[in-house]
Structure formats: structure tokens, C-alpha cells
Design a protein around this ligand. Sequence first.
Ligand code: ATP
Length: 403
Amino acid sequence: MTASPTINGPAAGASPAERRLLRTAAPQSGFAPWKDPSKQPIIRFENVTKRFGDFVAVDNITLDIYEREFFALLGPSGCGKTTLLRMLAGFEKPTEGRVIVEGKDITDLAPYERSNINMMFQSYALFPHMTVERNVGFGLRQEGMPEDQIKARVNEAMSLVELGKFAHRKPHQLSGGQQQRVALARAIAKKPKLMLLDEPLGALDKKLRNQAQFELMRIQEQTGTTFVIVTHDQEEAMTVASRIAVMNQGRLEQVSTPGEIYESPQSRYVAQFIGDVNIMEGKVVSLPGDGTVEITPASGDGRIFKAGACEGLFVGQQVWLSVRPEKFRISLDPPQSNVNVVKGRVDDVGYLGSISHYHVHTEAGNRVTALRANSSHNVERAISWDDTVWLEWPAESAVVLKA
Ligand code: ATP
């Protein structure tokens, strides 16, 4: 899946790739409990497997999630993310392994015994005959909380999601986005330590979805609750999450911050799932021992690609070089160097206002994409269809992938 070029939100005018870079440049300052060995996770999946008959939906997952994280389970349909979330909520029981929350093994507890966990469902599951206010207070009333306390909690939750003026409406008198906020308010009103959200913004259109992502982030920060969200939308995960687990066929492919996932994917699967990427195949020809690796492209045209080496490389190994479109420097003139350069012909040009993207058919037969900012300082003439171009990139912006 690649990112859509539709632009909303605070970085309006920027491409999805640029917005990702903006985020990478300004990561959440200092919040990284997963790097602190003295910190205990609030959630631990320990060798968790879930089988439905012969089918393995979740395959031996071990994963720690920390207090106050906004954690995203990301992957294509059917990869097992909802099953993992449902095991945390207690709606599914692991076939093997343990689920531990706040140091306590909760694997065998029923959902209603997990009072510190609340789940917001994709369908919202609002009661149509109840007003917004009654819907939001429903769980508290079930628990037998006194009415005056319910009123205070409901008001607090409704003001957090800015629903106050709709308190007396019924769900059918609300838009999709407003209904989603009611479901969120109802979940928040119970003040859980853990909020589980299964595709919470799935029913919203692109523009509302983008707004709602920022609302979710604000609410998560204000309440200090740990959020675990399931999404198949990589842009959504990149926008909201402190860390992302990319899942593939019941397994974890990579668990990292959005910036690391984008800049340092560990496999072609992750690189291709997160945004636009160009993958070029090659063979390791030299490991000079200075932390770099030299690769000959599969096209065998005598050129050399240089990049930072990763662990476990050997000469002769088949590898893939991943270069993001914005890392290419596209030019009408041949560069001085012969390293990290490919020559090609422009197949297609897309103008997106502040940037243009170029689809280039390389001499080696690959189709790659380059981005270029449309700055008034560009001295070259505009690059157009059928132009012969050179794409060059710095060694440090290419990632070597072994799988
Ligand atoms: P989506 O984004 O489409 O919801 P997902 O990644 O959340 O997908 P899951 O709902 O976790 O995927 O399902 C993982 C796999 O397990 C799927 O192939 C699904 O068909 C299968 N599965 C889920 N629940 C059951 C069940 N109760 N019985 C049999 N198979 C199931």
C-alpha cells in the first residue's frame, strides 16, 4: 500500500512523505521507556500464539508496551492485529503463551474482570434509543456508580471530546465523526488505564479522519492513558503512534518508532508497506571495514552503490537497496561521481504544488520515483516527459535490506 497524495492537517501543502519527514525531524521529545531497562512494561505478550483450527492467526508473538504509549498495530487485512487486540481485551484466549498487564497474568480472565482495560469497537456499538449523555454514562451506571459522580464523569468526558452541545441528541442525529466521539467519550468515562481502539476512525472520510487523529493524540496526552490502536492505514499509524508494530501473517516484522520504521526498515515488506520506496536489487562486492558496503546492481552495468553496512553482511550476498523518493537528487546533467547514480528516462511527471514527482524508467529496467521541491531557486529548466535524467543519492540515505 502506498500513501495517498491527499493533504490535510497541519502540514497542508506537503506530501505524505514530507509530512513523515517533518515528524521524523521532531520526534516526541525524550519519551522512550522501551529504551530504559529499569522500566516495566504495562502490557506484555509472552510467546502468544492463537490458532483457529489449523490456521495460525497470531504466531508466537512477544511484545512489550509501556505506560503512556500510543502504540499502533499495523498491517494488511488478515495479518492478525485484531486477534492480538482481542486477546488483550479478553474476547479471545491465546492457544499458547501469556498476556500480562501491570505485572499480573490476565490470560484466563474474562473481559469484565479486566476493569483497567476498555475497548472501543470499530462499529461504535452505540445504543440508538439512548441520548449521547446516557450512552456515555452507560458503563458507569452498569458498575453502580452514584448518579452525581456519573454526571461529573460524563460531563468531563464529553467536554474532552467536545460533545457538550450534543448531550441530548440520539446517535442517529449525529454525523459519523460525532458518533465516533461519543464512543470514545464512553470508553474514556470509565478512566481505564488501557484503551484499545480497533480501527476507531474507519468510518470517517479522509478529512475528518485526519482531524480525528489529532484529537485522539490530544486526548491520549491529556488523560495519560496508554492507547493501543489497530489500523491498516500506515499514514494514520505514522501520525499518532509512539511506536508501531508492523505485522505480517501473524508475526511481528518490526517494532520501532515511526521515524525508525520509515528511515530504517528492516525488510522489504516494511519498507514497501510504509510509504513510497524504491527497491533496487544487487550483490555485496566489498565490505571495506569502515562501516560501509559496496554493492553492484543486478543490472550489472558496472556502477557501484555504496551504503551504510548492516550486521551480518557477506561478500556475494544478495541484498536490496531501499531509497525513498525524496532522497534522490534528480538532474538533467550527469553527476561527477559514478557512485550511487542511475540513469533513466522520465516516464511521467506529477505536479503537486510545492513538489513534483517523477517516474523514471532506469537503464536497468526498473521504474523508480523521485520527488523534487518546486523552488524558485531551481536553476535547471523544468524536467519533463522523455527527458534523460540522472538520479543520485547520498550513501547515508540508502538502507540495505537482507530480506
Ligand atoms: P482486518 O484488518 O481485516 O480486521 P486483522 O489483521 O485484524 O484484519 P484478524 O481479524 O486478526 O486480522 O484475523 C486474522 C486471521 O484470523 C484472518 O485470516 C481471519 O480470517 C482469521 N480469524 C479471525 N477470527 C477467526 C475466527 N473466529 N475463526 C476463524 N478464523 C478467524
